[in-house]
Design a protein around this ligand. Structure first.
Ligand code: GDP
Ligand code: MN
Length: 380
């Protein structure tokens, strides 16, 4: 789960990482109130879960109340790369003499944590990586060993941070690492990490991705869920324990196994259609799971045909067929369903369905045939 900048900064603050004083605002008046409280000049920042807000006009300095009113008014409702701004973060503006970049993330192939640090911050790190890769100091961290202050000190020197920033930056990086590990982040990124003319170092931006697999030990993450602008279909699917990802097309997809589900999307595309979702019902294709899957897909107003693609392995096709029939008795489905059932006990499965086939419950012998039929029905 990605956090908004303000949530990331609050998360950082719990681990003692220095951020600017500020608060959220959902209206121009609230923005004014925060500005009066933290003191001018302030910076008014769009809260959207997408990078490059600055360039898109979503980050503005304001020297007085008039400017806050003006900028808050413009930024609220602004569309930044498809994300409409509903909330602002207003914080005391900092003077900047240097912008650095710092992050921790997973280096999955090497099973270690990866720190990235650069004296060239403020721009996207991908751009630095492309144009000047030697400007990034990479640090592999054995999770068992962790990151100590001595290592962090060598690291800030290697990254060529300015002398006067090094001691504070090293301390901040150790805290950021603690936040990343103990806070169960997949990513903790600060860009820019700044050095002010007064010689203090602090985080001006926060990009935090929490590891959803660790949610069970963080009941406090519930508040982040509440502000998540989640696709209602995905929300329903999560409540039902399904492995579902919403897409934009018109053919609802149900398949068993992630590989088969992805192939199903490809085949639907190949025959000129577009998938409404990815949905892997795994090995447990019983009536409950099938009913839940059909219900989620049925809730999607864009769906106009459903393609159920099952290859029986350990899951037996006759059980799947029973599941489909049982589910249809429970859920009123508004789109035609095309089934491709193959693999273990396919003959028995198809026999079970034989008496129930109609214009809206169709079987096809192959994946390609079924995809063609579903796409055709979706267009009709
Ligand atoms: P992003 O564009 O979404 O990454 O948003 P950031 O929070 O990183 O802000 C973008 C840029 O705005 C930063 O790189 C800074 O150059 C500038 N900026 C943000 N906050 C301040 C501030 O308090 N003072 C000044 N002078 N510039 C700021
Ligand atoms: Mn940034």
């Amino acid at each position: 789960m990605d956090l908004f900048e303000y949530q990331g900064k609050q998360y950082f603050a719990r681990f003692g990482i220095a951020v600017s004083p500020g608060d959220v605002a959902d209206t121009v008046d609230e923005a004014l109130a925060v500005a009066e409280r933290v003191g001018y000049p302030v910076v008014v920042k769009a809260q959207v879960k997408v990078g490059g807000r600055g360039k898109a006009g979503g980050v503005k300095l304001a020297a007085n109340a008039d400017e806050v009113r003006q900028h808050a008014g413009t930024i609220l409702g602004l569309d930044i790369k498809g994300h409409v701004v509903k909330r602002l973060w207003v914080e005391r503006a900092s003077d900047i003499s240097k912008e650095y970049y710092a992050s921790f993330t997973l280096d999955r192939p090497n099973k270690v944590h990866l720190g990235m640090l650069s004296a060239q911050g403020g721009v996207e790190i991908e751009q630095v990586a492309e144009e000047n890769p030697s400007a990034i100091a990479f640090l592999s961290i054995d999770p068992v060993v962790g990151l100590d202050l001595a290592t962090a000190r060598r690291w800030v020197a290697e990254a060529n941070l300015d002398e006067e920033a090094r001691a504070q930056a090293a301390e901040l990086l150790v805290k950021l690492y603690t936040c990343y590990v103990e806070g169960d982040c997949d990513l903790a990124e600060v860009n820019p990490l700044i050095l002010t003319p007064e010689g203090t170092v602090h985080a001006l931006d926060a990009k935090v991705t929490l590891d959803d697999n660790a949610a069970y030990r963080h009941p406090e993450w519930e508040e982040y869920r509440a502000t998540e602008t989640e696709d209602p279909r995905e929300q329903l699917a999560r409540e039902k324990g399904l492995n579902y990802i919403g897409l934009d097309g018109t053919v609802g997809i149900i398949a068993n196994g992630a590989g088969l589900a992805m192939s199903t999307l490809d085949v639907v595309n190949q025959v000129g259609g577009s998938a409404a979702n990815f949905l892997d019902i795994g090995g447990g294709a019983n009536a409950d799971v099938m009913a839940a899957a059909l219900e989620v897909i049925n809730s999607d107003p864009k769906v106009s045909a459903i393609f159920v693609n099952i290859f029986g392995g350990i899951t037996r096709v006759d059980e799947v067929a029973r599941g489909v029939l049982d589910a249809l008795a429970r859920v009123d489905i508004s789109s035609p369903i095309v089934l491709r059932l193959d693999g273990t006990n396919a003959v028995e499965g198809r026999a079970l369905l034989a008496d129930h086939l109609s214009d809206t419950l169709i079987t096809e012998p192959t994946m390609l045939d079924a995809a063609r039929r579903a796409v055709e029905l979706a267009r009709a």
